[in-house]
Design a protein. Structure first.
Length: 257
C-alpha cells in the first residue's frame, strides 16, 4: 500500500491534539524531565492519577545523560537502590554504599518507565508563568520553547492542575515565577528563594530529601530544585537523593489527592 504524506501529517496532528486536550486539566503537572521529575511522575501515574510533564528541551533527562563531566556513569548510594530495581536498571557495587550504573541505561529506563506508567510528556514546552487564585497556585502557563528562545510576542496557553512539582533543577523556574509574581511568601526561612550553595555531596544528598516539600500552596519542589529553593548545597553526579526526592514528593501528593 502506498504511503500518503498528508495522512502521515494528519495522524501526527490529530494524535498530538488528543494528548494536549486530554491534559488541559490534570491531577499533577511536573515541570522538568530530569530523574526526580520522572520518578515522581512514575509513582503518581502508577497510582492511577493523571500526570503531565513539561520539559523545555527537546530531550528529557536533565543532567543524568552526561554522568560526571561526560563520563557516562552515575553513582547511587544503597538507600536508593530499590528505585533502580523498580525501573530494572542494572548496577554494580564499587565499594560499601557506592554503586554505579550506566547513565544512558538509567535515563532511558526512567523515561520509558514514566511514560509507560501513564505520564504524558510534552517536550519543547516552556512554563513562562503560573495560574493563581487567592489561596493557591492552580495551573501553568505554557508556550513553545522556540517562541521563548526567539523572543516572539506570542500569547501562551494555560493548563490547570491540582498540584505542581518544580523539578527544574538549579534553575527553580516555577518557584522563581511564584516568588516574583504571586502575592504572598514562599515557605522558606526568608520567604524567598534561599539559593543553591556550593558542592557538599553528603549534606546535599541528605538535604535534597529533607527539602522536598510544598513551598507555596499547590507547589512542591523536588530534586535539585528543592535544595536551590531551600538553600542546600549541590551534590554532583550522585543521584540517590534525586531519586528518593521523586519518590517522596509522589507519596506526599498522593496522600492529598
Amino acid at each position: 500500500m502506498a504511503l500518503d504524506e498528508i495522512i502521515i501529517s494528519r495522524a501526527i496532528i490529530e494524535r498530538f491534539f488528543q494528548k494536549l486536550t486530554a491534559n488541559l486539566d490534570t491531577d499533577v503537572a511536573i515541570v522538568g524531565g530530569g530523574p526526580s521529575g520522572l520518578v515522581a511522575g512514575y509513582y503518581i501515574a502508577g497510582a492511577g492519577k493523571k500526570v503531565s510533564l513539561y520539559e523545555r528541551k527537546l530531550s528529557i533527562g536533565g543532567g543524568m545523560w552526561g554522568g560526571g563531566m561526560m563520563f557516562n556513569e552515575i553513582v547511587v548510594q544503597k538507600d536508593a537502590l530499590h528505585i533502580l530495581e523498580e525501573f530494572h536498571i542494572r548496577f554494580s557495587k564499587y565499594q560499601e554504599n557506592y554503586y554505579t550504573a550506566d547513565s544512558i541505561e538509567a535515563m532511558s529506563c526512567f523515561a520509558a518507565g514514566a511514560v509507560q506508567s501513564g505520564v504524558t510528556v510534552f517536550n519543547c514546552m516552556t512554563v513562562e508563568d503560573v495560574m493563581m487564585r487567592p489561596e493557591r497556585v492552580t495551573g501553568l502557563v505554557i508556550n513553545w520553547t522556540p517562541v521563548d528562545m526567539a523572543g516572539l510576542h506570542v500569547d501562551p496557553l494555560t493548563v490547570r492542575s491540582k498540584f505542581i512539582i518544580d523539578a527544574t533543577g538549579h534553575d527553580t523556574e516555577v518557584v522563581k515565577v511564584v516568588s516574583r509574581k504571586v502575592p504572598g511568601s514562599l515557605l522558606t526561612p526568608s520567604g524567598k528563594i534561599e539559593g543553591e550553595k556550593s558542592m557538599w555531596a553528603d549534606v546535599a544528598e541528605r538535604q535534597t530529601l529533607e527539602n522536598t516539600r510544598e513551598v507555596f500552596p499547590g507547589l512542591y519542589v523536588a530534586g535539585m530544585a528543592a535544595n536551590a529553593t531551600m538553600g542546600g548545597p549541590r551534590m554532583g553526579p550522585i543521584f540517590g537523593g534525586m531519586l528518593l526526592s521523586g519518590e517522596k514528593v509522589a507519596k506526599e501528593i498522593l496522600k492529598r489527592l
